[in-house]
Write a protein that binds this ligand. Structure first.
Ligand code: KDO
Length: 337
């Protein structure tokens, strides 16, 4: 064999190797599934950050995580339907959204029921949650993988304290308080003593700026992240809802995964939830000083008055009638004190 033939053989072998690895990587790329998530949250919201930096990388071997923020893919409140119809793979859903399909979920939307981030986790992992999760899976085709901590919601108003000082539910009489647009949210606004106004999250900043509403309720990290502090003057620390979102995942997509991949997705969701929870808790503590520097008045109202008023509104309400027997006691028993 002369040198030329040898070299040609060598070249052909090399080319074949390159081609083979190209085909292989293309096959793998094609095999990867895309997990589209839609949320009204911003890209910088800590739940979004946790999913992008923890969930995405943990599932990267077989899935491409594709988040869509600011409700740009699906309108707030329509995500569950989109997952059910196969148009979406994931969302960060609320108990309030679930309650529009399954009224019993309103137990998790009631003011002053969840006591802390840790209490939320205990409730979510307790067997009391199993029938709730099963129903969502069976009837909507949605799996609830983990509970994300959004934080303690407080009343945040455009007016300075000198104009309106919110110490008790009576002080909220006639206040147009933006609440998200579902019955369970509106009821909470009413239970607080306010006049609730339904509105999508993405419209809140402008509504506060123009005076279309008098205020809104959200945890401190959201007030900062969405810059509501630029257009409001005070926060009454009502802590009326220790708020959560569930990581919702398409059951159809889940069923298409191998058991190993399912375990990876489950762990990735739990890890992201834990990471987001820790950051959010820290932010809640740290941001008081920042908000005060921005000129907001932040104070604690008469919490006993709020708690008693809100709880009295729920007891005997249509919502409470849908709560399964004994579950409220079980939730309370898992509480912090
Ligand atoms: C909101 O609309 O006020 C709310 O905080 C409700 C939550 O359930 C959740 O949808 C959240 O918005 C969005 O994720 C934006 O932070």
């Amino acid at each position: 064999m002369n040198m030329l033939v040898k070299r040609r053989k060598f070249l052909v072998a090399g080319l074949a190797l390159v081609l083979a690895s190209l085909v292989l990587s293309l096959t793998f790329a094609q095999d990867k599934i895309t997990l589209r998530l839609s949320t009204p949250a911003t890209e910088t919201d800590q739940r979004s950050v946790a999913l992008a930096t923890v969930f995405g990388p943990e599932v990267a071997e077989f899935a491409t995580y594709e988040p869509h923020y600011n409700a740009s893919l699906v309108a707030q409140g329509s995500e569950l339907e989109a997952i059910a119809s196969g148009d979406l793979d994931m969302s960060i859903t609320s108990a309030q959204e679930l309650a529009t399909f399954f009224p019993e979920f309103s137990i998790f939307t009631a003011g002053y029921v969840h006591q802390s981030a840790a209490h939320q986790v205990r409730v979510f992992n307790d067997p009391l949650m199993d029938p709730f999760k099963q129903k969502v899976e069976d009837e909507l085709g949605v799996k609830l993988l983990a509970v994300m901590y959004l934080g303690r919601r407080h009343v945040n108003l455009r007016f300075p304290r000198s104009e309106k000082n919110i110490m008790t539910p009576d002080d909220l009489a006639g206040v147009n308080l933006r609440m998200p647009g579902s019955d369970a949210w509106q009821f909470l606004g009413k239970a607080l003593g306010a006049n609730p106004v339904p509105m999508a999250f993405t419209e809140v900043y402008t509504a506060l700026q123009t005076g279309a509403v008098d205020g809104q309720d959200n945890p401190l990290p959201t007030v900062v992240d969405s810059k509501f502090y630029e257009v409001t003057k005070q926060i009454s620390l009502t802590a009326h809802l220790v708020d959560l979102n569930y990581i919702a995942f398409s059951k159809a997509v889940w069923d298409s995964l191998t058991p190993e991949q399912q375990a990876t997705v489950q762990k990735a969701a739990e890890d992201a939830a834990e990471s987001g929870r820790q950051t959010q808790l820290k932010l809640e503590d740290d941001l008081v000083a920042f908000l005060e520097e921005q000129g907001l008045e932040i104070y604690e109202p008469d919490l006993k008055a709020f708690r008693e008023h809100v709880q009295a509104q729920y007891i005997g309400s249509e919502f409470a009638k849908s709560w399964p027997e004994g579950v409220l006691d079980q939730i309370n028993a898992l509480g912090d004190n």
